[in-house]
Each structure stands twice: as structure tokens, then as C-alpha cells.
Design a protein around this ligand. Structure first.
Ligand SMILES: N[C@@H](CCC(=O)N[C@@H](CS)C(=O)NCC(=O)O)C(=O)O
Length: 200
């Protein structure tokens, strides 16, 4: 019996949660609410007063924030959850870093490089966004130089949360960050990611 619902279209931060649900083979109902609708929909606002997608409904329990939902689901399942206190601490380090230091410059870059119609793009703002991404990408590149994944040799929810924040960055010029390019390629060619990205 399906007791879990994931709200949010895959063309949003909900993709991170849909990706994890596919990795773990969870049974869930997908409600592909759009980011333009979610703040106006009274029934959804009653569920998630933040009015943002994604949200997870698990029986009586409702949770918002994509990266927190992933922590909840992965910890409960165990398979992609870090083993041991130090790896768990590193998972939180990477997840909080992705949210606080990586996401804002990425969104700035993505709107200029991918989302805005050509006529509305601004070369100066794109250059500024590329500049702002240098520091977090250099940090990620150093971390990935001697390992395939953030916590070692195996893919974990730490990789999923960080790669899920910068999934559109595949089209970035990675000349100076080859380890990030290889890692992102490994993460974003996983069948579970591709399956989640095909959802509405
Ligand atoms: N930090 C939140 C951000 C959620 C968020 O802002 N989602 C966007 C869609 S990607 C949204 O719902 N936008 C509509 C709005 O803010 O009204 C998370 O990771 O879940």
C-alpha cells in the first residue's frame, strides 16, 4: 500500500527527492505540482505553509525542504546513509554547504546560462555568476581529487544532495575542475537520476 506522497514537479528542486526515491525503489505517489501553483493552492498551503515544493507526506507526517526530506528518507532506509558518526557529520557538512555556499551562485549562473530567454540574458551577470562559482567548485574539486565520491568510494546521499543542487551545471566549463566534472557525470548518469528526470 502506498502511504507516501511526494509533491513537486521534477522541473524543480523536487527532482532531488524524486531521485532519492528512485535510488531506494520507494513506493510513492507523485503529485507534480508546479512551482508557479504551489504558493497559491489553498489545499497545498494547508499541508506546507511555506508554499514551496517539494514536500513529503508520509502518513501523518509532513516535511518540507528537499535536503531535509532526503536526510529523513535515506536515514530511515539505511542504504545510501553514511556509516558512522564521522561520515554522518560529513554528510551534514556537505548538505549544509550545498545549501549555504553552492546553491545561490549556481542559481545565479543557471538563470543566466539556462533559464532566461536569450533576449533577457546579461553577459555581465553571467560572468559574475561564473566568478562566484569558482570558490565552491575549487573546494569541491579538492575534495574529489583522491576519491570517486564525497564520502569515499561509494555513492551516498551526500553526493545526491550536492549533485542535486547543481544538476544543470553539466554544461559549465569545467576546465579547471576536472574532478568535479567526472563526479557530476558519474552521479547524473545513474539510472535513478535519469528515471526521476523523466517524471512530470
Ligand atoms: N530550500 C527549499 C527551497 C524550495 C523552493 O523554493 N522551491 C521552489 C521551486 S524549485 C518553489 O517552490 N518556488 C515557488 C515559490 O517560492 O513560491 C528546498 O530545497 O526545498
Amino acid at each position: 500500500m502506498i502511504t507516501m506522497q511526494i509533491y513537486g514537479t521534477s522541473r524543480s528542486r523536487s527532482l532531488r527527492v524524486l531521485w532519492l526515491a528512485q535510488e531506494l525503489g520507494l513506493a510513492f505517489e507523485h503529485i507534480p505540482l508546479d512551482w508557479q501553483q504551489c504558493g497559491q493552492d489553498a489545499a497545498y498551503l494547508a499541508l506546507n505553509p511555506a508554499g514551496t515544493i517539494p514536500a513529503l507526506v508520509d502518513g501523518d507526517f509532513v516535511l518540507a525542504e528537499s535536503l531535509a526530506i532526503n536526510a529523513y528518507l535515506a536515514r530511515r532506509d539505511g542504504r545510501l546513509w553514511p556509516q558512522g558518526e564521522q561520515d554522518e557529520a560529513c554528510f551534514w557538512q556537505w548538505t549544509l554547504w550545498a545549501s549555504s555556499s553552492l546553491e545561490a551562485p549556481y542559481l545565479q549562473w543557471a538563470s543566466q546560462a539556462l533559464w532566461l530567454p536569450e533576449a533577457k540574458r546579461d553577459a555581465g551577470q553571467l560572468a559574475q555568476a561564473c566568478q562566484a562559482l569558482q570558490r565552491p567548485l575549487a573546494r569541491l574539486n579538492v575534495a574529489l581529487q583522491d576519491r570517486d565520491y564525497l564520502l569515499g568510494s561509494a555513492f551516498s546521499v551526500a553526493d545526491l544532495n550536492v549533485a542535486g543542487v547543481i544538476n544543470g551545471l553539466r554544461r559549465f566549463d569545467f576546465t579547471h575542475y576536472p574532478a568535479v566534472a567526472d563526479w557530476l557525470q558519474r552521479c547524473l548518469t545513474r539510472p535513478a537520476y535519469l528515471a526521476a528526470a523523466r517524471l512530470p
